[in-house]
Design a protein around this ligand. Structure first.
Ligand SMILES: [Zn+2]
Length: 212
């Protein structure tokens, strides 16, 4: 293990330093946060020594505390889950975290670690990324739970025009538009008429729904 050498203002020379942690209240974005600050201490005189690398660590912890409070506090995590319309049980299975862990997050019992915050951030910024988690972890879910989750995702992500019924109805509408155009330019032969007729019949029994 290499020694950490930093300049000590007290000793006025380079000294070996030790890395120390202490609980401290620091300000970030006009708010105070209690975090474990990390800093260097001179092994010769015990004075605190400037160490930019350790300052960066401390700042990262501070920023994480801030992000946690503002985006992914208990309510933030719950809101994220409710956005997907999922129960705690199903949401936990999709993200492959324990049900009791998620329950603790949502009741402020504990805070997610950096990796989990990263996942919540991703889901918030790009909600469709939940589909990737679902693909990987869906076998954690019972068949009934899979059905529920898939229907929630369908509601959330499939645009109304993209549902199977609407796709067909929209195709029918396109064919009808074509039909109108073609018949306005030349008479239709019997085969063409028959195939159009099928579509028209389909269209009549499956009217295109107005987007709500
Ligand atoms: Zn010193």
């Amino acid at each position: 293990m290499t020694n950490r050498i930093r300049y000590c203002d007290e000793c006025q020379c380079d000294r070996e330093v030790r890395v120390v942690e202490r609980e401290n209240t620091l300000m970030y974005g006009n708010e105070n946060f209690n975090i474990m600050e990390i800093f260097a201490q001179c092994t010769h005189c015990n004075a605190e020594v400037t160490d930019e690398e350790l300052d960066t660590f401390t700042l990262t912890r501070l920023r994480q505390a801030y992000e946690l409070k503002h985006s992914f506090d208990a309510q933030g995590i719950k809101n994220l889950r409710l956005h997907f319309g999922l129960t705690m049980n199903v949401f936990a299975k999709i993200l492959n975290i324990g049900y009791s862990t998620l329950k603790r997050y949502e009741s402020s019992g504990s805070s997610p670690d950096v990796t989990q915050i990263g996942i919540f951030k991703l889901l918030k910024a790009e909600p469709t990324s939940i589909l990737k988690f679902y693909e990987v972890n869906k076998f954690n879910l019972t068949i009934d739970e899979q059905r529920v989750a898939e229907s929630k995702f369908q509601q959330l992500f499939a645009s109304p025009d993209n549902s199977p019924q609407n796709r067909e109805a929209n195709s029918a509408q396109l064919v009808l538009d074509d039909l109108e155009f073609i018949s306005s330019t030349r008479p239709l032969d019997e085969e063409t008429y028959t195939s159009f007729k099928k579509v028209i019949d389909y269209y009549r029994t499956n009217p295109v729904r107005e987007p709500s």
